[in-house]
Design a protein around this ligand. Structure first.
Ligand SMILES: *Cc1c(COP(=O)(O)O)cnc(C)c1O
Length: 400
């Protein structure tokens, strides 16, 4: 079957919740993907920040194959070695004390919300605490995660959502101050807003929120599902700031392609939070995905991913700055590490479709931002190749 035939079939069978790009991806090698017709693409999206190690990493693939032959699944009624090893490694890179593995990002956020509520319930002896989340945030599509996602468009049809959620403005400490109070159990935010348009938290803001949280004994929940796992030049983006979250969520690049997420917390929170019977998952943290987590962390350490990302981030930053100098349709350039965005005055969706035609995978964030999330193994010459293609596209779009 060719790509057209596959797509026609899929459009009859799959629920139409995505307006997909018109290609069928089939295989990958390094930072390149190939479609079912044999066309090659330079990948600057990494499956929305998942495929940090790129494609076809031999050591990673081998670890998964070995685990498949040994044991895929046990349920959480028993211990399994890969989960223990993955948890230990995840604690070491995050400085957190307790790990709960989930199957997705949204589920990690669900768990974080429950953990914060339970903490406040244990402390105060009453339920009904409030959570402060940010406008233009994104935390996932399940109902709890949707309730803290500051985007009316995603929420409206599914109301009533979780009560007791208040929204503040990202990077506006006063707006958090105006919402926080004795009923607040947690402030939840992305260290770098992803879907909302690539907005890094300003230092004064994040550190100010952390201070406010201490003052009110509210928990600081950082959602690093997109910006964590080396993406921003540190294993977790918050490590660039003088803060430490009480609860941390991770997913996307955590397993580099297998469905796994986690929420983590400090011992201080864990002592008063979820207890036996409070939370669970059948699949979460099964041997297969945990073998992937362990190998991911091991490989990232081996290749000194933080240093590499910092270097490549600098390189990407300079290239995008050069484009901004050249093209008036670029109105802003933001980001941190290998998570950068260009705000355009022309439709970003169209730029992204043109990129695809020219063999470059680039996605958008919001309506007018081009989002750059390459595999973390990206090299300078590949950034240069992206630059050349995008330069041509912007030139053509401006010429119209
Ligand atoms: C992608 C994302 C989620 C949701 O993760 P899923 O695996 O799609 O459920 C939550 N928070 C942030 C910041 C994300 O980028």
């Amino acid at each position: 079957m060719n790509s057209m035939a596959y797509m026609e079939q899929a459009n009859q069978d799959l629920l139409h919740t995505y307006n997909r790009y018109g290609i069928v991806l089939e295989s990958g090698e390094g930072v390149y993907l190939s479609d079912a017709d044999g066309k090659k693409y330079l990948d600057f999206a990494a499956g929305i920040g998942v495929c940090a190690l790129g494609y076809g990493n031999e050591a990673y693939n081998q670890a998964l194959k070995e685990q498949i032959d040994k044991l895929l699944h046990t349920s959480n009624l028993y211990y399994n070695q890969p989960a223990m090893q993955a948890a230990r490694k995840l604690k070491a890179i995050s400085g957190m004390d307790r790990v709960f593995f989930t199957n997705s990002g949204a589920e990690a956020v669900e768990g974080a919300i429950k953990a914060a509520k339970k903490y406040a319930f244990t402390r105060d002896g009453w339920a009904g605490h409030e959570i402060i989340a940010m406008r233009h945030s994104f935390h996932g599509r399940s109902l709890g995660a949707l309730s803290v996602t500051g985007n009316r468009q995603y929420q409206e049809a599914f109301e009533p959502l979780l009560p007791g959620v208040r929204f503040a403005d990202f990077n506006d400490l006063d707006s958090v101050k105006a919402q926080i109070g004795d009923k607040t159990c947690a402030v939840l935010l992305e260290t770098v807003q992803g879907e909302g348009g690539i907005y890094p938290a300003e230092k004064e803001f994040l550190e100010g929120v952390a201070r406010l949280c201490k003052e009110y004994d509210a928990l600081l929940i950082l959602d690093e599902i997109q910006c964590g796992m080396g993406r921003c030049g540190r294993m977790f983006a918050w490590q660039e700031y003088a803060v430490r979250p009480d609860i941390l969520t991770t997913a996307k690049a955590l397993g580099c392609g297998v469905p796994v997420g986690a929420f983590l917390m400090t011992e201080r929170v864990a002592e008063k939070s979820l207890a036996p019977g409070d939370h669970g998952t059948t699949y979460g943290g099964n041997p297969l995905v945990c073998a992937a987590v362990s190998k991911t962390i091991e490989l990232m350490e081996q290749m000194q991913i933080e240093e590499h990302v910092q270097k490549m981030a600098h390189c990407l930053w300079n290239r995008l700055e050069a484009l901004k100098e050249k093209h008036t349709c670029i109105t802003e350039h933001r980001g941190m590490g290998l998570m950068q965005g260009l705000e355009l005055s022309v439709p970003a969706g169209e730029a992204s479709r043109l990129a695809l035609e020219r063999g470059l995978i680039l996605i958008t964030a919001g309506a007018n931002v081009l989002r750059f999330l390459p595999p973390l193994i990206i090299k300078e010459q590949e950034i240069d190749a992206m630059y050349e293609i995008l330069d041509g596209i912007l030139q053509d779009m401006e010429a119209r």
